[in-house]
Design a protein around this ligand. Sequence first.
Ligand code: SF4
Ligand code: F3S
Ligand code: FES
Length: 253
Amino acid sequence: MGYQQTFRVWRGTDEGGDFAEYDVEVNEGEVVLDVIHRLQATQTPDLAVRWNCKAGKCGSCSAEINGRPRLLCMTRMSTLPQDSTVTVTPMRTFPVIRDLVTDVSFNYQKAREVRSFVPPEGVEPGEYRMQQIDVERSQEFRKCIECFLCQDTCHVIRDHEENKESFSGPRFLMRIAELDMHPLDAAEEQGVNRKAAAQDQHGLGFCNITKCCTDVCPENIKITDNALIPLKERVVDLKFDPIIRRRKRTRKS
Ligand code: SF4
Ligand code: F3S
Ligand code: FES
């Protein structure tokens, strides 16, 4: 059974804007993106929204629904109260291009700063062998759809533009953790210390494990427990474990 609902949608650019209110039809089984599309089709054709798959897999339709970072295509209308207004806003951490579309290039910049996987010398692709437990560990992180909702929600940068230069955010710290845990990554042989880079260049120390990133991840990746905390432990080992430090000193001399 269809019903009418009031939608409050943020309209504007990075220069400024305001909320606009629309009464719109909602039908059984619809998600928020369906209603946004109905608004475009019937009332406001110039409303900007980014989307591609409508299946929770491309990570394009990230926005905030009633203040919570979510995918528009995976938020069922049946999970929102029928008797109150639904507020839809762009992701707050990134500059707005127009209406619900944000400029997420911050994330691409940070991605470029992470040294990619370094293949081990003398092992051809196809000859890589690793234990199943290690495969599973990186597979969890590889489920990431790059929606950047975790980046949007993390308080370190959400209201602190000034921290963006020094903090890469949970998505990219997770990527570093994945590579640091990878048994075949040969970065260290090329003088790249991923643990030191996480702490010194990517701002791991800013993360105070509030787990908000984990809470909003649509892929249910345990970002904090399985990536960030283990990475912090590795950094602590590197800096303070007397045996590791002694080994490093011995190698140098
Ligand atoms: Fe999105 Fe989760 Fe990937 Fe973050 S880790 S970008 S929330 S899928
Ligand atoms: Fe931010 Fe997640 Fe850490 S929300 S503070 S990166 S646990
Ligand atoms: Fe692809 Fe929503 S449209 S994740």
